[in-house]
Design a protein around this ligand. Structure first.
Ligand code: UT7
Length: 326
């Protein structure tokens, strides 16, 4: 049986650190509120001249290095992003050029915070079908470009960054064991950017009304996320005939420590089996899981044979999970 196996990870965080103390000077908030409600202490913010493809490039170089692979060996590049450099062409095409990945096809995938899960599942299917053998999967975001810095309910949550993995065809037991993807567009307006697309293109009115920024009804999103993620991780266990205690490491989307704790509880997992980066990265949308995965690998928390469960929930709504035998 052929399946996708991750053979290299990499990540990149912009230099600038934005602390809760600095946010206290920008909006009516305080460190105690942010830490107790979200678990976030700081996040990174891209420089003015850094776009998603630049972050993606840095993360990809490290992932390729870790995989001992040259960019021109890649068959395909998928970039999950909610903040592409441009409306078009795709950030993946720009990355393909920067990397010199001459023979790679390239496209972007948009599933907001579940983007990396969707992209990795998609890449795995290309491998299982036999169409491609070497795929670069990236999650890259400059969310600071769509944050309303006057809205305290959202501006404290998000950060910038990128993570990448190299996925190769592997015959054997290790690699991606299962992926489960879901969506429900009926409540899209609980978490969205109201304008800037074809429904309401950018105009002076859009800018004046601040409609080109993230809008979220956080409390309502929170409730849906906790239920959907709990069901999603149990779905992954059931499909693979395993129990929560079989999981060696849960790598959840890093949106809120309270959501992460609730999911770990549904799995019956102690917190030392959960990768937590939300305190230092904030919510980096599609970059959050590959950033956390790369940190886990480099901290030695992922070993050969480890069972790793990835899960995410995001705008759409979209949600899903991937189980990996490392
Ligand atoms: O990544 C994709 C999916 N997104 C998520 O998963 C995010 C899910 N939602 C959340 O993580 C949480 O709902 C938030 C962290 C966004 C908010 O936490 P909450 O416990 O749901 O707070 P809330 O929205 O119910 O607001 C509670 C209070 C309100 O004041 P009143 O109405 O009780 O007087 C807010 O106005 O906290 C107030 N508040 C703040 N206070 C200080 C909202 N933002 C802030 C702030 N600082 N930054």
């Amino acid at each position: 049986m052929i399946r996708g196996k991750i053979v290299g990870t990499g990540s990149y965080l912009p230099e600038k650190v934005l602390t809760n103390a600095e946010l206290e000077r920008m909006v009516d908030t305080d460190d105690e509120w942010i830490v107790s409600r979200t678990g976030i202490r700081e996040r990174r913010i891209a420089a003015d001249d850094e776009a998603s493809s630049d972050l993606a490039y840095q993360a990809s170089i490290k992932a390729l290095e870790a995989a001992s692979m040259a960019a021109n060996e890649l068959d395909l590049i998928i970039v999950a992003t909610t903040t592409p450099d441009l409306p078009f062409p795709s950030t993946a095409a720009l990355l393909q050029h920067k990397l010199g990945a001459g023979k790679a096809a390239a496209f972007d995938l948009q599933a907001v915070c579940t983007g990396f899960i969707y992209a990795l599942a998609t890449a795995d299917q290309y491998i299982r079908s036999g169409m491609y053998k070497k795929i670069l999967v990236v999650g890259a975001e400059v969310l600071s470009s769509i944050i309303d810095w006057q809205d305290r309910s959202t501006c404290i949550l998000f950060g910038d960054g990128a993570g990448a993995v190299v996925l190769v065809a592997n015959e054997g037991e290790s690699g991606i064991l299962s992926s489960h993807l879901h969506s429900d567009g009926s409540q899209a307006e609980l978490l969205y950017v109201p304008a800037g697309g074809s429904r309401q293109p950018i105009s002076q009115e859009v800018i004046d009304k601040r409609l080109h920024y993230i809008s979220m009804k956080g409390n309502e999103v929170f409730k849906v996320a906790v239920t959907a993620l709990g069901d999603s991780v149990l779905e992954a266990l059931e499909a693979n005939g395993i129990d929560g205690e079989d999981i060696d490491l849960l790598i959840p989307h890093q949106a809120n420590i309270r959501i992460i704790n609730a999911t770990a509880k549904r799995l019956g997992l102690p917190l030392d089996k959960v990768m937590i980066t939300v305190d230092r990265h904030g919510n980096t949308s599609s970059a959050s899981i590959p950033l956390a995965l790369d940190a886990a690998v480099r901290e030695g928390r992922v070993k050969e044979g480890s069972l790793i469960l990835l899960e995410a929930f995001g705008g759409g709504f979209t949600w899903g999970s991937i189980l990996i035998k490392w």
